[in-house]
Design a binder for this molecule. Structure first.
Ligand SMILES: [Zn+2]
Length: 1011
């Protein structure tokens, strides 16, 4: 069947018809409520592959659903040309990057002629822009293409200039020196979109404590293995050299027992801002990017420093320098202060050293329990012992199955750190800081040391290595006189929190992450030296960075329509801020703006009204990786620029897509271009396969088993629709012969049941869709309904019914309408097949009709299917081929007892003794005492019944099991070797009951005898 469905031609047919009907073009309409859905516009630096499809498909499904609920939905699309990704790619093309060429040739099948044009960045963007747009149409996205734009369009640039001048006027763009992620090759700040693998450079501030070493300290050391002069070239009369140690915990300085260096690492002596420092070679380079003046003097191995003594600047104690292999050259300064009582790594290294005589001998140091021991300086509750670090390691080991020492120590470190930070108090041995909380002491100690010159601040990448798209490894740079968006501004943060608090975040679990990012964001560089984009309006040296020119662009979709239809000329250079102030903020007068900007005032009014109608954004869809930047900036910039009533209302966050359980990557060769996949599998199958495997925030797994499964489900719907259409045609032919003779069909039990199930499914699916629980919705529409239909067909076939076309058509009508947002092509095609003339895309989502809910029918079919399963079980166990099946329905008194027990259980009484007592005290149920065993089993039946069945049964007084089972005789006989089916009441004196089974009948649980 599925082989003869030509999915691609069905797709092109509907794409063309929807286009001709302009079904997705939305204009203001005061009679309908609006809904504005947007999804992050793509970077056209490569064709889309399956991994890109999920977010867009979800947004489209959402748009289509809301449209069917009667809203005037605006769902537009633009293209993000700005920034470094496209520039980076053109450079790689120019350099003939072989990996990139391979990707272009083998995955995307591009010709050499096309690739040759890619040395020009804008050519890349234009080419892939068209490619992506075609793919979006082929996927059936219901986009209003009249609003398309690119971020290098001239009017868009004016819009971005306006945005930046507006922010600057409000004091939110500042010039200053702040740390940024930096590409040393491009000499450009970098953020997520500039890096390979799209990682946001994340850095931390460390305090560098200066431990000084005097000449005496160095002479005290054994120098048997050093050269005649030792490592220090003394060109400074002071003789003071500094071993700077970077730490996140300056408050633990009181607990320092020694300094760690790695004996294998190459260290340098360098003049840093005029002081003599010893640091790793890598650290020297880092300091230069942080604007320190660094002159290298000489280099030597770490082993040369072992045994030196240095002075703790906080309390003037002298501590030794010891070797440790965990010290890394590229982490901090390469010098580590050791706080064994509070740092699990230090504790472990010290224990190792104490027990390793070889190392002690090699470096001529003697370390034992007496010479050095951890010094506890912070008190915090669960870490009661004398060495909190040891406790933390023990706890982590007990709680976690960490694979190696490193993971174990990491875990212990972070547990102890956060615990002491929030709950810790400084002990008596910390001088004037005693009694302070750690959070306070940390800051005070740091400030003291910074003020007295005994500390510095450095920044360090937390998630290194981060690589720029050009291939260079990123560093942290302290950028001076650069332009920053001041996301550190307290008032701005408060407004952002306020906006977030009123927003709907889907799924809700991720709200916390937004609050965290709002708090954590600091000044952010908003301009670059290179790339496509808008120049910074007041400093033409700079180009607005791509994560800053893409945060309020949703407003531009309103304007873009008027640019595209030429109401506003792209060449109009008279457009000033006054235009945007009026149409987006309502400031000024349209006549004045019209004169100044040379645009019809009528057009200006129109734009203003349209903006007022469609704004704010009702739903913003994006990937999870954009929470720490784009999505949060989206909130920040909206609250800064727009009035409260234009602030965004909802954010929907998606996980990514895996391919057969693996990450998609070029190196794994598992990237499938979207357009090729559409050709191969069909758009609807792809859409469903992307959405069905996970709820929104989780990673979805795209698998070919799922693709096949979905495809056969869709084919099954087609098949059923064709069957139904043929039956309807036959019926109307017959009907024409004797028109008066067509009586209104009486509904059979299974008809009532299926109608009821459809209503239940409408209710359940609508609830799920309103929360965008997509996977659950697809389950109801495709799988749960399908199961219902199978049962219905079984029942109808057993009776040899031919009059089921009406019911099938009702079923398909509802199923297909609910399927439409997910699989629009299939749904539309089937809709037409069923004889509908209107476009399904413009139809309404089905609405629950309470009156069709039929609990008697639901209970009947439930009873029948359970009975059938019970009989089948007996047949399987006894291995007999039945010729006669006798079914006994329980006596009337049992039903009264059953209902009494049910009422008790639903009220929370499950104590059997208590229930029994009550039953016996009531004359209506007193018979319970004649057979306590059966009463007990009824209670067990109830407890094992599904909750909806329990509730339903309480409402079902006088439910007739006999007629129900008689109704299903044909089915039961059909399913079980054509056996004869006989039904008796338990107390029928004429019953056939050779094995005395009747007495074990219970309500909703008939007794069965087979021969
Ligand atoms: Zn670079």
């Amino acid at each position: 069947m599925s082989s003869r469905i030509d999915w691609n031609s069905i797709e092109s047919k509907w794409i063309e018809r929807w286009d001709n009907q302009r079904l997705f073009e939305s204009d203001p309409d005061s009679s309908r409520e609006k809904y504005f859905v947007t999804v992050a516009y793509p970077y056209p630096n490569s064709p889309q592959h399956i991994g890109h499809g999920r977010t867009y498909t979800l947004a489209d499904t959402h748009a289509r659903y809301i449209r069917m609920k009667g809203y005037n939905v605006l769902f537009p699309m633009g293209f993000h040309y700005t920034g470094t990704p496209i520039l980076g790619m053109s450079r790689r093309v120019a350099a003939g990057d072989s990996e990139l060429m391979e990707t272009f040739h083998t995955i995307y099948k591009l010709s050499d002629d096309i690739i040759a044009t890619f040395v020009e960045p804008v050519k890349i963007a234009r080419y892939f822009h068209q490619e992506i747009k075609k793919g979006m149409k082929e996927m059936g996205y219901s986009i209003d293409w009249r609003r398309e734009f690119t971020t290098i369009d001239r009017i868009y640039s004016k819009f971005i200039s306006w945005q930046f001048r507006t922010l600057k006027k409000k004091g939110l763009i500042v010039q200053g020196s702040h740390p940024v992620g930096w590409c040393p090759r491009d000499q450009n700040p970098i953020s997520q979109h500039d890096t390979i693998g799209d990682v946001e450079p994340d850095f931390n501030e460390y305090t560098v404590i200066k431990f000084k070493s005097s000449d005496e300290g160095r002479r005290g050391a054994s120098s048997s293995n050093s050269g005649a002069d030792g490592p220090i070239v003394d060109d400074d009369s002071s003789g003071v050299i500094i071993l700077p140690a970077a730490t996140l915990r300056p408050e633990t300085l009181f607990g320092v027992t020694n300094i760690w260096i790695n004996p294998e690492v190459e260290y340098v002596q360098a003049k840093v801002d005029g002081q003599r420092w010893i640091i790793s070679k890598e650290a020297a380079r880092k300091l230069e990017f942080l604007n320190h003046k660094v002159e290298l003097v000489n280099a030597f191995r770490g082993s040369e420093m072992i045994g030196w003594k240095v002075i703790n600047p906080l309390n003037d104690t002298s501590v030794p320098v010891y070797p440790a292999s965990f010290v890394e050259a590229n982490s901090g300064t390469g010098i580590v202060m050791s706080v064994p009582a509070h740092a699990p790594y230090d504790y472990q290294a010290l224990e190792t050293l104490k027990s390793d005589n070889n190392i002690q001998q090699m470096f001529c140091v003697t370390i034992d329990e007496n010479s050095i021991h951890p010094l506890k300086i912070i008190e915090s509750e669960p870490y009661e012992g004398s060495i909190p670090a040891a406790e933390a390691i023990k706890q982590a080991a007990a709680l976690n199955q960490k694979k190696n020492d490193h993971e174990l120590l990491e875990k212990a470190t972070s547990n102890l750190y956060s615990h002491e930070f929030y709950k810790g108090k400084m002990m008596q041995n910390t001088g004037r800081f005693a009694g302070m909380t750690v959070a306070v002491a940390k800051n005070e100690i740091k400030q003291d040391l910074l003020n007295s010159g005994w500390a510095e601040t450095i920044y360090e990448l937390v998630n290194k290595p981060v690589k720029c798209r050009c291939g260079a490894e990123c560093v942290v740079k302290l950028l001076s006189d650069q332009w920053f968006l001041n996301y550190g501004d307290k008032e701005w943060k408060e407004q952002a929190h306020l906006c977030l608090g009123n927003m709907d975040i889907l799924p809700e679990d991720i709200r916390q992450e937004f609050d965290y990012v709002i708090d954590w964001l600091r000044e952010r560089a908003c301009a670059r030296k290179s790339g496509l984009g808008t120049t910074l309006p007041w400093d033409k040296e700079w180009i607005v960075e791509s994560l800053s020119d893409s945060v309020i662009y949703m407003a531009y979709y309103i304007i873009a329509k008027y640019v595209n239809n030429k109401n506003i000329s792209e060449e109009n250079d008279n457009i000033t801020d006054a235009f945007f102030d009026y149409v987006l903020l309502g400031a000024g007068s349209p006549d004045k703006v019209a004169k100044e900007c040379k645009i019809d005032s009528y057009i200006i009014e129109h734009i203003r009204n349209e903006f007022n109608y469609f704004y704010p954004v009702d739903s913003r869809h994006s990937g999870r990786d954009l929470v720490p930047n784009h999505l949060t900036f989206f909130i920040f910039n909206h609250v800064a620029i727009f009035d409260k009533n234009k602030w965004p209302r909802q954010i929907v966050v998606n996980g990514s897509v895996l391919m057969e359980g693996k990450k998609m990557s070029k190196s794994l060769g598992n990237i499938i271009p979207l357009r090729a996949a559409i050709k191969e599998y069909g758009a609807d199958t792809l859409r469903l396969a992307m959405l069905v495997s996970a709820e929104i925030l989780q990673d979805a797994d795209f698998s070919f088993d799922t693709v096949r499964g979905i495809r056969s489900k869709l084919a099954g719907i087609f098949e059923m629709a064709e069957k139904c259409r043929n039956m309807l045609a036959d019926a109307s032919e017959q009907g024409q012969g004797n028109q008066q003779q067509q009586p209104k069909q009486t509904l059979m039990l299974e008809d009532r049941w299926l109608a009821s199930r459809l209503q239940r499914t409408i209710a359940e699916t609508t609830t799920s869709m309103d929360k965008l629980r997509i996977r659950e919705s697809i389950y109801y529409i495709l799988y749960s309904l399908d199961r219902d239909l199978q049962w219905y067909m079984k029942r109808a076939t057993a009776r040899k019914r031919e009059n089921i076309a009406g019911m099938l058509s009702e079923f398909l009508n509802i199923q297909v309408r609910m399927l439409a947002p997910f699989a629009p092509f299939t749904a539309e095609e089937v809709w037409e097949l069923l004889g509908n003339r209107q476009y399904l895309t413009a139809e309404h989502w089905p609405v629950l009709e309470e009156k069709k809910i039929d609990i008697v029918a639901e209970e009947s079919e439930f009873l029948i299917s359970n009975l059938l399963a019970d009989i089948q079980n007996i047949v399987r166990v006894t291995k007999i081929t039945p010729t006669k099946i006798v079914i006994y329905i329980s006596a009337v008194w049992k039903e009264q007892v059953y209902r009494a027990i049910l009422a008790n259980i639903l009220n929370g009484t499950i104590n059997f003794g208590q229930i029994m007592k009550q039953l016996i005290s009531n004359p209506e149920t007193v018979k319970a005492k004649t057979d306590p065993k059966i009463v007990q089993r009824m209670a067990e039946d109830i407890l094992s019944a599904p909750l909806d069945a329990r509730n339903r049964r309480l409402k079902l007084a006088g439910f007739n099991e006999v007629t129900t089972i008689e109704d299903a005789q044909a089915l039961l006989s059909n399913e079980i070797s054509k056996a004869e089916i006989v039904v008796y009441s338990e107390d029928d004196p004429a019953r056939y009951d050779p094995k005395l089974r009747a007495k074990s009948a219970r309500p909703f649980k008939p007794a069965i005898y087979i021969e």
